[in-house]
Design a protein around this ligand. Structure first.
Ligand code: MOS
Length: 739
C-alpha cells in the first residue's frame, strides 16, 4: 500500500491546539516576574519633542520606569539595517532621537507590574512638542511624486514596449480614467505582541508575533549587537498576519530594550487602537488608459500609479507590474511613483500592489468592454496572453482559460444582461461582474531538517511560519508522503529562529519554497536508510538501485518487486542507529529562469443593489483558480475563501480615514473600520482547475496566499456597474457614492 497525503483534504494538524487554547501566542507565554510595557504615542504628526515629564506616571504604584529617547539605554549597535522585507531608506527605530515622524509614533514606554497600571500611568506622561506643519493628504502631495529607489525584494518595473500614447490616440475605442484607493489596515485578530525574556547569562528569548523569526532575529541582533546564538526568536503560532508581521515591528524592539534595562522579562502588547499607528496598505491614485480596435484587440495600455510612503522609507510595491503581463498588448507603458507624507511607513498587505493595480486594470477592462459593446469575458479571451511579454518567455503553465470557462459556467454568466439595470429581483437591481487575477509563484532558498527515530517518529523542522495558511499541515503531508509514514507520526516544527533558515512567510511562496526543502531533507533520510538497509546481511534490497527504491508504509521497498522490503526499524537496528537525520537547502532550479511562473484566477460576483438605500449585497461569488498542484484542497479552499471575504471588505467597506487636521487615522477600531461580518458573506464557491506544472518547483504547487484576493474588488465593482449603470472608481463603494 502507498501512503498518499499530498493532494488530500487534510484538517489542520494544529487545529486542536488552537481551538483548545493550548496554542500559546506571543503575548501569552507563562512567565514569572513579568513586567508589562505600555506605549505612549505622539499626538502630533510632525515636529520635535521638547520635553517629556514622567514624574506623575512614575508615582503610580507598581510603575518601575518610563523609557524615552532621553533616558533609554541606546542600543550598543547603530548599524543601519534593512530587513528581509524592508524598503530602501531609513528603518524606523523608536527612541533614536526627539523627532516625531508620524502621529502615534512610540515616544515612551511605561513599565509596570500590571498592564492596567502601565496603561494608566501612560496617560499621565506629559509631552511637549515643537509642532511643525504636516502633510497627510496624497492628493496634495502629487506634485512632489518621485521615482523611488527600488526594493530588492521586487522585480523591477517593466519597461515600455511599443508606443502606448501614439497607439492610444489611434485606437477606435478608448478608456482613460482615474481610480482612487484608500489606506487599509491589516487588523489581524492577534494584535502585535512581544515578550522578551532576559536570561541570567545575558541571552534573550523573544516571543514575537511575526511572519519571520529569522528576520526578527537578524534585526534585533543588528540593533543590540547579539550573535545568533545569544538571541532566539519564537513564534510558533500567529493569529493572522496578512503582511503586517513580515517586518520587525516596534513593539519587539521596545520589549528587548526594556528587558535589557530591567534585566527582567518584559511583555509589550499593543491595543487594537494602537495597531492603527503601525503599518497599512498605502493610498493609491491610478490612471489606466486602454485603447482597442473595434474587434476588441488591445492596442494600447498605460498604467500609472502614485502611492504614498513615509518621510523615512521608500515603500514600493508591484502595483503596475501585472498590466504588461496579463493581456497581450504591443504598446504598453507603466509607471510607479511615490509621494512622501507625514505618516508611518506603509507595508505589504495581502497581494501588495496587485490588490490596487488589478482593481484599476480590471475595472478599466470592464469599462472598455462597455465602450466596445463586447462581453467583458469575451474581451479578456480575445486578448489572452499566450506568452510572458514582459520577459519574452513562455509561461511554465497558465490554465487561465479554464478558470474563465469553469467560473463562468458555475456562476451562470450566460444569463447576464450586458445593459445595466436590466435585471431585478425582489425589488433590488441585480448585476454580474467578473475580473481576472494574477500573482507570481516564485521559489526562494530554504533549508529544512528531518530526523527519524527508531520508534518511527519523524520530526521535520524549518524556521518558517504558519500565519493561518496551513504550513504545519502541508509540510507534515509532504514529509509523511515522502518517507511513507502515517501522518500522525510526523511532527513539523516552525517559528523558531534556531531551526534551519527559511524566509519570512509571505508573497505566497512558502509552500513552493519550504515544501521542496522538506521533501529534499526527507529524501536524504530515505537515502541513508537505504544505505543502512543494504548493510543487513543477505539484505532483501541487495542489488536494488536507489532510484528503484520507494519509502512506503515504514519500509523501503523495491518498486519492481514489492516483496523485497526492509523496515526502517530493521535497517536502523541492524546498524545500532537510534536516529537518522537529513538536512537540505533548496532553491530555484536554473530552468525556471526560462519561464514566467504565475498563478491566475477568474473571479465572478453577483450583487444586489437596493436603489432606495444604496446598500449592496454580494449574494454569490465564484473564484476559479489555476494554482498548479493543490497540496491540500481543504486549507487551499480556506485561503481563497479568506481572500473572497477580504475582497468584499475591500470593495465595499474597508477604509482607513485620516483627519488631516491631526494627521492621524481616526477610525482606529473595529467598530469604525468596517470589515465583512457573517451577515455580509453569502455563497462563496472555489474551483481549482487542473494545472500541471513541472517547472515551477519540484512540487508543482504555486501558492495561494495572495491570489484569492486579487481581482475580487474589481469583480464586485463591475457587478455594481452592471446592476446600476454607475461606475464607482473610488474604493470602497459605499452607499453615499452610489445614491
Ligand atoms: Mo503577504 S502581504 O506577503 O504576508
Amino acid at each position: 500500500m502507498t501512503t498518499t497525503y499530498i493532494g488530500e483534504a487534510t484538517s489542520r494538524v494544529d487545529g486542536r491546539a488552537k481551538v483548545t487554547g493550548r496554542a500559546k501566542y506571543a503575548g501569552e507565554p507563562d512567565i514569572a516576574n513579568l513586567v508589562y510595557g505600555y506605549v505612549v504615542g505622539a499626538t502630533v504628526a510632525r515636529g520635535t519633542i521638547t520635553a517629556i515629564d514622567a514624574t506623575e506616571a512614575l508615582s503610580v504604584p507598581g510603575v518601575l520606569t518610563v523609557l524615552t529617547h532621553e533616558n533609554s539605554p541606546l542600543p550598543v549597535s547603530r548599524r543601519s539595517y534593512i530587513d528581509e522585507a524592508g524598503s530602501p531608506g531609513e528603518t524606523f527605530i523608536p527612541f533614536r532621537d526627539n523627532r516625531v515622524r508620524f502621529s502615534q509614533q512610540p515616544i515612551a514606554l511605561v513599565l509596570a507590574d500590571t498592564f492596567e497600571r502601565a496603561r494608566y500611568a501612560a496617560s499621565l506622561v506629559r509631552v511637549e512638542y515643537d509642532q511643525e506643519t504636516h502633510l497627510t493628504d496624497l492628493e496634495a502631495a502629487l506634485t512632489d511624486a518621485y521615482d523611488p529607489p527600488w526594493r530588492v525584494l521586487l522585480p523591477p518595473i517593466p519597461g515600455p514596449r511599443g508606443n502606448a500614447e501614439k497607439a492610444l490616440a489611434a485606437s477606435a475605442a478608448r478608456v482613460d480614467v482615474k481610480y482612487g484607493a484608500p489606506a487599509e489596515h491589516h487588523n489581524p485578530m492577534e494584535p502585535y505582541a512581544s515578550t522578551a525574556v532576559w536570561e541570567e547569562n545575558g541571552t534573550l528569548t523573544v516571543y514575537d508575533k511575526t511572519q519571520g523569526v529569522k528576520n526578527v532575529q537578524g534585526f534585533l541582533c543588528s540593533q543590540f549587537d547579539y550573535d545568533d546564538d545569544e538571541l532566539r526568536v519564537l513564534s510558533p503560532y500567529v493569529g493572522g498576519g496578512f503582511g503586517s508581521g513580515l517586518r520587525p515591528q516596534y513593539q519587539v524592539f521596545l520589549a528587548v530594550l526594556a528587558a535589557r534595562e530591567l534585566k527582567r522579562p518584559v511583555k509589550v502588547t499593543l491595543t487594537r487602537q494602537q495597531m492603527f499607528g503601525l503599518c497599512y496598505r498605502p493610498f493609491a491614485i491610478q490612471r489606466v488608459a486602454l485603447g482597442a480596435s473595434s474587434d476588441g484587440t488591445l492596442n494600447a495600455l498605460i498604467h500609472d500609479a502614485v502611492q504614498n510612503t513615509s518621510r523615512y522609507e521608500h515603500y514600493c510595491e508591484s502595483t503596475v507590474h501585472w498590466s504588461p503581463l496579463l493581456y497581450k498588448c504591443d504598446n504598453v507603458t507603466v509607471s510607479f511613483k511615490l509621494a512622501q507624507l507625514d505618516l508611518t511607513a506603509p507595508a505589504d498587505m495581502r497581494a501588495p500592489g496587485a490588490a490596487w493595480g488589478l482593481f484599476a486594470l480590471e475595472s478599466a477592462m470592464d469599462e472598455l468592454a462597455v465602450e466596445l459593446e463586447i462581453d467583458p469575458l469575451e474581451l479578456r479571451l480575445r486578448n489572452h496572453a499566450e506568452t510572458d511579454q514582459v520577459r519574452n518567455v513562455p509561461f511554465s503553465s497558465k490554465a487561465l482559460r479554464d478558470c474563465y470557462t469553469q467560473g463562468a459556467e458555475r456562476v451562470g454568466w450566460s444569463r447576464r444582461k450586458p445593459e445595466p439595470r436590466a435585471v431585478r429581483k425582489d425589488g433590488a437591481l441585480v448585476g454580474l461582474g467578473m475580473a481576472s487575477g494574477v500573482w507570481e509563484s516564485p521559489q526562494l532558498m530554504a533549508s529544512a531538517s528531518a530526523v527519524l527515530t527508531l520508534d518511527g517518529a519523524l520530526t521535520v523542522s524549518s524556521a518558517t511560519a504558519d500565519i493561518g495558511t496551513g504550513t504545519y499541515t502541508i509540510m507534515a503531508q509532504i514529509a509523511a508522503e515522502t518517507l511513507g509514514l502515517p501522518l500522525n507520526q510526523v511532527t513539523f516544527k516552525l517559528g523558531d529562529s534556531s531551526l534551519p533558515r527559511a524566509p519570512v512567510e509571505g508573497g505566497s511562496f512558502t509552500a513552493a519554497t519550504v515544501g521542496p526543502a522538506v521533501q529534499a531533507a526527507c529524501l536524504k533520510v530515505r537515502d541513508q536508510l537505504f544505505g543502512l538497509a543494504q548493510r543487513i546481511p543477505n539484505s532483501p534490497l541487495a542489488g536494488v538501485t536507489s532510484d528503484e527504491v520507494v519509502a512506503d508504509d515504514g519500509h523501503l521497498r523495491s518498486r519492481k518487486d514489492p516483496s523485497r522490503a526492509v523496515s526502517f526499524a530493521d535497517a536502523m537496528q541492524n546498524s545500532m542507529v537510534n536516529e537518522v537525520e537529513g538536512t537540505a537547502t533548496t532553491g530555484p532550479d536554473p530552468k525556471q529562469q526560462g519561464y514566467g511562473t504565475y498563478t491566475h484566477s477568474a473571479v465572478f460576483a453577483e450583487v444586489h443593489v437596493d436603489e432606495a438605500l444604496g446598500t449592496i449585497r454580494v449574494p454569490r461569488m465564484v473564484s476559479a483558480l489555476a494554482a498548479g498542484r493543490v497540496l491540500n484542497p481543504k486549507t487551499a479552499r480556506s485561503q481563497v475563501l479568506g481572500g473572497l471575504v477580504w475582497g468584499i471588505g475591500m470593495a465595499l467597506e474597508e477604509e482607513s480615514v485620516i483627519d488631516h487636521k491631526f494627521g492621524r487615522f481616526m477610525n482606529h477600531s473595529l467598530g469604525e473600520y468596517h470589515v465583512p461580518v457573517n451577515a455580509d458573506v453569502h455563497d462563496l464557491e472555489v474551483i481549482f482547475v487542473d494545472e500541471r506544472d513541472d517547472v515551477v518547483n519540484p512540487l508543482g504547487a504555486k501558492g495561494l496566499g495572495e491570489i484569492g484576493l486579487v481581482g475580487v474588488a474589481a469583480a464586485i465593482a463591475n457587478a455594481v456597474y452592471n446592476a446600476t449603470g454607475k461606475r464607482i472608481r473610488d474604493l470602497p463603494i459605499t452607499l453615499d457614492k452610489l445614491l
